[in-house]
Design a protein around this ligand. Structure first.
Ligand code: ZN
Length: 312
């Protein structure tokens, strides 16, 4: 605290050109944190506040599943104090990168080791004839209560790395967990009134944890948990049939990818296209507009209320 006051006093008397140098010096007190996906970035900056220098490895607008780190990203991870990633299913490249690192002080945090992950078979499907989904669903953050677990992990890692600010991290974490809890209650209440309880999604399905938490069904023409495999035409026609059966006039698409499949469904059914944001990453515009995990989730809830209707 003393040092910060002194720095401020000195800065008042020196030219602006020196300001940057002074600011950099102060920054050495911060823990350096590198994260892989937007929700982890957002949670880390919420908890770390002024004591953490948090960065996101995904450049704005880049689709997360097809991302491969460049050599400069690996250097950045190697120079950090803490590297937080979502795990093997989300970042198949992570283990290769980790093997190549040389910083023995770096703390590695694989969130998938700390949250209860869903396997493909845990998801309920309307039809069982198309069961080629396999593996672990990485999208744990779409359920606010599973997200809260990730927040608790980040809090304890920060406290271990920087015990001097234990109280600060704990307070930020408690406040943020309270907001996640509020979000959860808000969703729970809204979902109870949904007229239709199936989410029809024209992108790769990232809302398995969300659907699981709130007792909703979901259908996506994509197989597996990434947008890399194009859906079969017959899966698309099945979704079109379901749209008609449920009399839905909204079809959802995912973020940061041309919504080709969702558009086909919209054209065929006359439905409106709406973004249901999977939050893996955000666009430059969204970043500049200051979107957060909480704001994106609230937007998603409004889109679901709009698309699935309410009984009232
Ligand atoms: Zn995904």
């Amino acid at each position: 605290m003393k040092r910060i006051f002194m720095t401020a006093a000195v800065l008042l008397c020196i030219p602006a050109a020196l300001f940057a140098a002074g600011a950099q010096e102060a920054e050495t007190d911060q823990i350096t944190v590198v994260t892989t996906i937007f929700p982890l970035y957002d949670f880390a900056r919420e908890i770390g506040g002024e004591h953490a220098d948090v960065s996101l490895i995904l450049p704005p607008g880049v689709e997360a599943h097809s991302f491969e780190p460049a050599p400069r990203d690996i250097v950045r991870i190697n120079h950090a104090d803490i590297f937080i990633y979502a795990g093997e299913a989300m970042e198949p490249w992570a283990h290769r990168v980790i093997e190549s690192l040389s910083n023995p002080e770096l703390v590695l945090v694989d969130i998938s080791e700390h949250v209860a992950l869903l396997e493909a078979d845990d998801h309920h499907h309307d039809d069982d004839d198309d069961h080629h989904h396999s593996g672990t669903d990485p999208h744990f953050w779409t359920d606010p209560l599973t997200a809260r677990r990730a927040v608790q992990v980040i809090e304890s890692v920060f406290i271990q790395a920087d015990g001097d600010h234990e109280e600060y991290y704990r307070k930020n974490s408690q406040e943020y967990q309270g907001k996640l809890e509020e979000l959860h209650l808000q969703i729970k209440e809204a979902v109870e009134d949904f007229e239709v309880r199936t989410i029809l999604y024209g992108g790769h399905f990232a809302f398995g944890y969300f659907a699981h938490r709130y007792g909703l069904d979901h259908v996506s023409p994509y197989r597996g948990f990434s947008p890399s495999a194009e859906p079969a035409p017959q899966s698309i026609s099945q979704l079109i049939e379901l749209m008609r059966e449920y009399e839905l006039d909204v079809v959802y698409h995912e973020e940061l990818i041309d919504p080709r499949v969702a558009r086909i469904i919209a054209d065929e059914t006359g439905a409106q296209l709406e973004l249901l944001h999977g939050m893996h990453n955000v666009s430059r515009e969204e970043l500049e507009a200051g979107v957060t995990y909480l704001s994106l989730m609230e937007d998603n809830l409004q889109k679901l209320i709009e698309g699935l209707g309410t009984k009232k």
